[in-house]
Write a protein of this length. Structure first.
Lengths: 263, 399
């Protein structure tokens, strides 16, 4: 189970950032020398649920997911994963989390196999346990044909499969995906979708951010919409359509955003 | 930490660019550069030695024996022309009709007992020019004959008396420095100029790859999400950069020794090698122990810079001025009267440069060396602590 409450995160603005910005252009989250990227975000996701994190560009989704993955420390708020307080015990939390984003890379000079094994070792796996888990993933993701190829020489699809294996090699309790299908072709996108479906079947909670609402329709049980650093919707997919006054997800999303900005 | 270190080493060894900087540069490129420069200089010297210069003498009749010696010198061709004065010769040299003109104003004769002035007119801007040396040699020979005739005319015939009259006091230098100290002083100026920047060069590229490179490739964020502390991650990276730096320095020393050995078969450097053969194993170890904390200092600095940079290119831009900065303390070490004392032993980098010189000369003091190693280790630890702290800051990692 993932539970996020009252999450806040601000960043110090650089001089370059402020240069040439008029008052009208200024983001409402800018205050003196700080940019309040995340002002109040909350959501929760139960075992076996897939939560879609939606929001326009710059809404604070990536910052939220970075806090969820423990890369960033929240200024305020709490994050609990499987009973572990990630803010207080980030190292313990990392063992429970599998993170994958569209921009995370692989070590190009290591082979696909070496990449996965390296992350397994960093998670404390070794010996027979490591070998067994890696073999299991290589078979599951059909990776045997390119295991000994250097990551630099892999196709986008092969890279994404390796990335998936790397993200879940330590059997995480929850999986976080930041725009995992951005820039991918149809075949590779399908691999990612199948992977999320597989996690759901296993009962692993998944939080993923996306701009593709067809993926939300296909995979999500719950939806959270973030706008200007605030949660403006958190509920089931049915409630999302209801509050958005539309069966069509794009329209429902637009309506929810519009409603939030007019409040 | 060691998992990170082992993986980084594996990746570095698979990177052609890194291998070029760490292995090929010291082992092959440096000697090749030295060999090419040496060959070109030797060729230029040979060419200068074989060059035949066109010479014209105004007032040749005043010194016929001198004119004769110029005529038969292998590097001169006496031109038959009719230049009337100094200006004509300058013009002729500018028009490249002539290389050198000699103006003999009056005959140097024993009877007159007056010094005469000869002018040697030539273009002295050439890089290697033996012209003036040849003329001076011929003048010395001629002058010696005139001096003997003059002394004879005065009734002085003994060579010892002549020597006394020319130079009543002779200074004789007795150098207490042995061959090693003398060579050590000379090489001790050069070696830090080569060795210290090499220690830095060996650290720069791996550091950029391991910091900014990882950020740019998107692998750093993934690494940060593993259950090992950021301190252990940065220590693993630091150890990799330090190893690369020390490997480059060691290979450079090895390469220089190897090429010196090869050079012995071509040129006479026996005095030099005999002098350096007095360097003991302990002194070599002392040199290495001076370089280790220095490499650690450089590794911490370049890793901190690299972690701060967002991209490989940005990191490279920061490293440029740093490479220039390193030369300043090395230059301070070769300033006149700069000696290794308990005070200068606290100046970072300069102290190591001075200590290398003392070790080469065989005049090092264990107490001062201990101060240098101690102060360098302290500084290296401080810089590493800063690097670790730096790596733990979100504003640095997620700029």
């Amino acid at each position: 189970m993932i539970s996020v409450n009252g999450l806040k995160k601000k960043f110090k603005l650089t001089k370059d950032h402020k240069k040439g910005i008029t008052e009208a252009q200024q983001d409402p989250r800018e205050e003196k020398d700080y940019f309040h990227s995340v002002r109040d975000v909350h959501f929760h996701c139960e075992q076996g649920e897939v939560l879609g994190l939606l929001g326009p560009n710059g809404a604070g989704k990536t910052t939220t997911l970075r806090m969820l993955s423990t890369a960033l420390k929240p200024d305020e708020g709490s994050i609990e994963v499987g009973g572990v307080d990630l803010v207080k015990k980030p190292l313990a939390g990392r063992k429970a989390i599998g993170f994958l984003s569209g921009s995370t890379g692989l070590y190009g000079r290591l082979t696909a196999k070496e990449n996965v094994e390296y992350f397994a070792k960093l998670h404390g796996m070794k010996g027979a346990e490591l070998k067994q888990r890696c073999d299991e993933l290589f078979t599951l993701l059909d990776m045997h044909s390119f295991l000994d190829k250097r990551a630099d020489n892999l196709s986008t699809g092969m890279k994404q499969k390796t990335n998936i294996a790397r993200a879940v090699v330590h059997r995480p309790k929850v999986v976080i995906l930041d725009e995992p299908t951005t820039g991918l072709d149809i075949m590779t996108t399908q691999t990612v979708i199948n992977f999320i479906k597989g996690l759901k079947e296993q009962g692993t909670p998944v939080v993923f951010s996306t701009h593709h609402l067809d993926e939300v329709a296909l995979l999500c049980d719950r939806v959270t919409v973030i706008d200007q650093g605030l949660t403006c919707f958190d509920g089931t997919l049915a409630a999302f359509k209801e509050q958005g006054h539309s069966e069509e997800l794009n329209q429902a999303f637009m309506n929810i955003l519009e409603g939030h900005r007019h409040v | 930490m060691f998992e990170v270190f082992l993986k980084e080493i594996k990746e570095l060894l698979r990177d052609r660019k890194t291998l070029m900087f760490i292995v090929a540069l010291p082992l092959l490129i440096f000697p090749v550069i030295f060999a090419v420069v040496g060959y070109m200089m030797a060729m230029a010297n040979l060419e200068a030695e074989q060059e035949v210069h066109k010479v014209y003498i105004i007032g040749a009749e005043a010194a016929p024996e001198f004119t004769e010696s110029v005529k038969y010198h292998k590097n001169f061709e006496l031109v038959t022309a009719n230049y009337a004065n100094k200006n004509d010769i300058i013009q002729a040299i500018q028009n490249e009709e002539l290389d050198v003109g000699i103006v003999i104003e009056a005959k140097a004769q024993p009877e007159s007992r007056e010094q005469t002035t000869w002018q040697v007119i030539y273009n002295d801007s050439a890089r290697i020019n033996y012209l003036f040396i040849y003329i001076e040699e011929l003048k010395e020979q001629y002058q010696s004959k005139v001096q003997t005739l003059s002394f004879n005319a005065l009734g002085v015939t003994k060579e010892s008396e002549m020597e006394f009259l020319i130079s009543p006091i002779k200074l004789e230098k007795v150098d207490t420095a042995d061959a090693r100290e003398s060579w050590g002083e000379k090489i001790g100026v050069l070696l830090p100029y080569l060795l210290i920047p090499i220690v830095l060069t060996g650290a720069v590229y791996p550091a950029i790859d391991l910091g900014a490179g990882e950020k740019e490739r998107g692998t750093l964020e993934t690494l940060l999400l593993t259950p090992i502390s950021r301190t252990n991650i940065v220590l693993g990276k630091f150890l990799t950069v330090l190893s690369a730096s020390l490997a480059t320095a060691s290979l450079s020393i090895l390469s220089m020794g190897l090429w010196l050995f090869v050079a012995r078969t071509f040129v006479n450097v026996s005095e030099f090698t005999v002098a350096l053969s007095h360097i003991t194993f302990v002194e070599l170890l002392a040199m290495l122990s001076l370089l280790i904390p220095l490499a650690a200092m450089f590794s911490s600095i370049v890793l901190s810079i690299s972690i701060y940079a967002r991209t490989f290119k940005e990191a490279q831009n920061y490293m440029g001025p740093l490479s220039m900065l390193v030369f300043i303390p090395v230059m301070i070490s070769v300033m006149p009267n700069m000696e290794l004392t308990y005070k200068t032993a606290f100046i970072p980098v300069t102290n190591v440069a001075l200590a290398i010189k003392e070790l080469l000369k065989g005049t090092s003091e264990i107490g001062i060396l201990a101060v240098i190693v101690g102060s360098s280790i302290l500084l290296a630890v401080g810089l590493l602590a800063f690097c670790v702290r730096w790596f733990n800051q979100e504003k640095v990692l997620f700029r």
